[in-house]
Ligand binder design. Structure first.
Ligand SMILES: [Fe+2]
Length: 386
């Protein structure tokens, strides 16, 4: 494999992949007749020299870049409304989502809301809100700078309510990026902690998609390859990065989000409340909850888990062996192994369980999850019992 080369893919949307593709973004937008791009990114990234170098690359072709970065770690509605005002006030004609999951989520929601009058949460997918996405959306492209969320290839966005911080999912096929520019060179300098947490998010997407119920061999195939790529490259990308490991992780992230069109599961439903209540990083929450979620699914997913053991050449084919592999991965990445190590307050157990039950991800879990199941899973995750 040549990791210096640039590739074009058209699944699930047009993707330019490879080191250096960032130099194609400006010319691409100018070819569409676009002149003023609203660059939606996060407040941490905008301070980095990498941001400056990306903007200077984008402006070479005469594009005017207008920045918007007033977004929370777990984005809320007011971030989106401020972004929409920025889009109109600065007379932008296209939107670029640049960064990790939070940037992509806000960029996509700004694109949705820019030409739609309704309240943002009228578009809530759980309420059938996609039927209101009837107007055009501004030309929207994505440039990931982490390898985790895979949101660059997504069609949905997660935005929380301002006060309650309850997560709402907005979905429409119209919200898919017109093109993704995935340039692994942009991820070379990511710190170990970010590489680890986001990488475990990518792994969780691929595993949960593969184990989720329903018939979708298309997604299953993508997920299995995604898991293999994480196995081959995450520790290297986090501890001693090279272009190959960074390229494989960027691809694994894209594949995770592609495969979870099939669905996610109990791990995401237990991870989301940790972000809601404690503002825990999403990938970190998944990393901690993943072994406990896999254990919960053991009785219904044994065959699939054992198949993954064979794919990864783990030697022993058992759920224990698979869970041990995940735990070893977390250990090698320096991540916490249970909720106590994560510093979570156990007195919030009831609200965590209530939020987990309300979360839609577990509806696709291969094993039905009740309120008492959530309590057991969290209890095991506090105690480190597997
Ligand atoms: Fe995720």
């Amino acid at each position: 494999m040549n990791f210096e080369q640039r590739y074009t893919y058209n699944y699930p949307c047009p993707i330019r992949f490879g080191p250096g593709v960032i130099d194609e973004v400006g010319p691409h937008l100018r070819e569409q007749g676009l002149k003023r791009a609203l660059i939606v990114t996060d407040p941490g990234f905008i301070k980095l020299p990498l941001y400056e170098s990306i903007i200077s690359e984008l402006t070479k072709s005469g594009l005017t870049c207008l920045s918007f970065s007033d977004i929370d770690k777990n984005p809320v509605k007011k971030n989106v409304l401020a972004g929409v005002s920025s889009f109109h006030d600065q007379k932008a004609d296209c939107i670029v989502g640049l960064g990790g999951g939070a940037s992509m989520d806000v960029a996509r929601a700004v694109a949705l809301k820019a030409y739609h009058e309704r309240d943002l949460f009228d578009f809530d997918d759980a309420l059938g809100g996609d039927k209101y996405v009837t107007n055009e959306v501004p030309y929207f492209i994505t440039i990931p700078t982490t390898s985790g969320t895979g949101s660059e290839v997504g069609r949905s966005t997660v935005i929380s309510e301002d006060e309650s911080h309850q997560k709402r999912v907005l979905f429409s096929p119209r919200l898919m990026a017109k093109i993704v520019f995935a340039d692994p060179a942009l991820t070379m300098e990511l710190p170990k902690s970010v590489t680890a947490a986001t990488g475990m998010d990518a792994l969780t997407h691929n595993i949960e998609a593969y184990l989720s119920k329903g018939f979708s061999p298309l997604c299953d195939g993508v997920a299995i390859e995604g898991i293999k790529l994480v196995h081959e490259s995450l520790i290297k990308a986090a501890t001693n990065p090279c272009l190959e490991s960074r390229s494989k992780m960027q691809m694994a992230a894209l594949m995770g989000a592609t495969s979870f069109q099939k669905g996610l599961g109990v791990v995401h439903s237990t991870a989301h409340p940790l972000s809601t209540v404690f503002d825990t990083h999403h990938g970190l929450a998944n990393a901690v909850m993943l072994p406990y979620g896999v254990k919960f699914n053991e009785e219904v997913s044994k065959e699939r888990i054992e198949f993954l053991c064979r794919v990864l050449d783990l030697g022993e084919t058992s759920t224990k062996s698979f869970i041990d592999w995940i735990i070893d991965l977390n250990k090698s990445l320096g991540l916490p192994l249970n909720l106590t190590e994560l510093g979570v307050d156990p007195s919030k157990m009831d609200s965590l369980c209530d939020l987990a039950l309300k979360d839609v991800c577990h509806l696709c879990n291969p094993r039905e999850v009740s309120l008492s199941d959530f309590k057991n899973i969290y209890t095991n995750a506090f105690e480190g019992t597997l």
